[in-house]
Every structure is written in C-alpha cells, then in structure tokens.
Design a protein around this ligand. Structure first.
Ligand SMILES: Nc1ncnc2c1ncn2[C@@H]1O[C@H](COP(=O)(O)OP(=O)(O)OP(=O)(O)O)[C@@H](O)[C@H]1O
Length: 294
C-alpha cells in the first residue's frame, strides 16, 4: 500500500523564537517523486524530519497515510545528511541489521544492489568512502520497502556517474512499488527528469508547491528594453514573480495569463531552474492559487 503525505499549517520552532518552518500546507499523492528545493537554512531538512517523525511539530499536523509519523514508522524510510550507520559494522552486517530491525526488508535485493555498485561488503562502514556510506544508507532505506522514502540531499557526495544511477534507481523503485519519494537537492538540472512535483521553501515558509509541468507551463520570462518596465507587480495581466533590470534590458519572470499588450516584450518559455531561481530571489512572491496543491 502507498501513502499520501499531507501537511496542514505545519511549523517547527527551535527555542523560543526561531522558526525553522512555518505555516506549511501541502498534499503529496501516492507515487509522487517530489523535489524539495530552497536556499540554505530555508527549512528543507526541518520539513523532512517532521515528515519522518524525528521531530515534533510546534504547530499544525503532518500525516503519512492518514497517521501521524510516529504511528507510521514502518511505512517511512529516511536518510538524513548525517548517515545513520554503525562504523564498527561491516557493510554486510549493516544489511543484516537492517533486515533484523525492519519487517519485510529486502535483504537479497539490498545486498545485490550494493555489490553492483562496487561497495565492499566485507569492509567496516568506518572505512568506506563518504559516497559509499551514502550508497549504503540509501540501499538500506530502499530495502525497507517503505511507502514513503525521504532523502535529504542524497546526491551531495555522489560522483557524476552515481548521481543519475541513483535517480534511475529511485524511478524504478517508484514504478515497481508505487511509493512516494521526497528528496531535497540543490542540483536542479538533475531533478527535472525524475521529479513530477516541487516543494520550494524560502525563509522558513513553503513558497511554491505544485506539479512541475504546471509550474513550468504556468510561467514565462518576458524580456524587453529597460524602459518598458518601470517596476510594478504586473506586466499586462501577468503577475510579476521577480525582475532583473540592467541599463538596457528588463527580464521579468511572470505567472503567465495573457500576451502582454506592449509588443516590445519578447516572451520566452521557462525551465524549472528559471521558476525556482525567480521565486528564490523574491521570497514575498506567491505562486498562483491553482498551483498550490501538489
Ligand atoms: N536543531 C536546531 N536548533 C536550532 N535551529 C535550527 C536547528 N535545526 C535547524 N535550525 C534552523 O532552522 C532553519 C531551517 O534549517 P534547516 O536545516 O531545515 O534548513 P535547510 O533548508 O535544510 O538548509 P540546508 O540547505 O543548509 O541543509 C535554519 O535557520 C536553521 O538554522
């Protein structure tokens, strides 16, 4: 069975005043592969830890398959930025440990996967490389056969060949099991091919959420001579997300509603990177209401 991940008004406060995340609401349907992006310190890890049940919300609620994460532990696999491995165990012992502590664990598949990746099964975890530790942690998470897989910057220390291989593996896992994957990353280009949905955190808020196709199709870059844009929150009917101007030229990311009346604007389709960078530059900009539900 697969699970929806649903958050309503979710927030986490650290200490008395510092909010790591506030007022975060979204619903991720089963079988989604979600890219979680945002600047450093914007709340991505906090969000993943809340969904994983590793930290409790200070406000609001998150549910995985209708249950609070603490009651859905068997259904959730999480790999954080620090990998939860025992340095004194060999890789093979770590796999055995995973099998012993998780009902339904795919021991054979996990072992085969690590062997295929060239990870030395008989070496202690404390003596393998950082990238290999990541491979072990991810293999253990996938071996758990969880409904929801949460990966916090899984590709950060993987080499250029291992990164697409991991993404391919995630896609195959999703197709085979219909599980939901939420992965945070700073490398947007790698996410475009595998992720169908986006969550974007900015300064502790969820600024954008939606299907990537809708987000890309729902925005345009308008480029025109500098004098055609005097500032303002719309170009024609189109709400401005962010704008950059030089002495000669204005480049404006807009939510796309209609062709601008002024013919000096050239209209360009956008990439996911254009959309993400545009919102990151403008924390106050909101995405269209119709784009909010993932
Ligand atoms: N344990 C903690 N105690 C106090 N503040 C924290 C703690 N964890 C995170 N924060 C703060 O909460 C905010 C969000 O942090 P978080 O780690 O969720 O960001 P992030 O988007 O994952 O960042 P990065 O991309 O750098 O990993 C930051 O301001 C951070 O300093």
């Amino acid at each position: 069975m697969t699970a929806t991940v649903e958050a309503t008004g979710l927030g986490k406060r650290y200490g008395f005043r510092r909010w790591g995340l506030r007022d975060c609401s979204f619903a991720v349907p089963p079988g989604s592969v979600v890219a979680l992006v945002g600047a450093n310190g914007s709340g991505k890890s906090t969000l993943l830890r809340l969904v994983a049940g590793l930290t409790r919300p200070s406000e609001g609620v998150v549910r995985v398959g209708g249950a609070v994460p603490g009651r859905a532990r068997d259904r959730i696999a999480y790999v954080g930025q620090t990998k939860p491995l025992y340095d004194g165990f060999t890789v093979a012992e770590m796999v055995r440990f995973g099998a012993a502590t998780n009902p339904g664990f795919d021991r054979r598949g996990t072992t085969e996967r690590l062997r295929g990746l060239g990870v030395p099964l008989d070496r202690s975890v404390g003596r393998i490389s950082g990238g290999q530790r990541t491979q072990v942690a991810i293999a253990l998470a996938l071996g758990k056969r969880a409904d929801v897989v949460l990966l916090d910057e899984p590709m950060a220390d993987l080499d250029p060949l291992a990164r697409p291989a991991l993404l391919g593996e995630l896609m195959a896992t999703v197709e085979e099991r219909g599980c939901t994957v939420i992965l945070s990353s700073h490398v947007l280009t790698e996410l475009t091919d595998v992720c169908d949905s986006l969550l974007l955190t900015n300064e502790g808020s969820l600024q954008v959420s939606g299907k990537i196709d809708d987000l890309v199709g729902g925005h345009r870059l308008l480029v025109g001579p500098a004098e055609v844009y005097a500032g303002g929150d719309r170009v024609g009917a189109n709400p401005v997300v962010s704008a950059r101007t030089t002495e000669r030229q204005a480049t404006v990311l807009v939510r796309w509603l209609a062709e601008p009346v002024d013919p000096r604007w050239a209209v360009h389709e956008v990439t996911l990177s254009d959309v993400v960078l545009g919102y990151l530059r403008s924390p106050a900009a909101s995405s269209a209401p119709e784009l909010v539900a993932v």
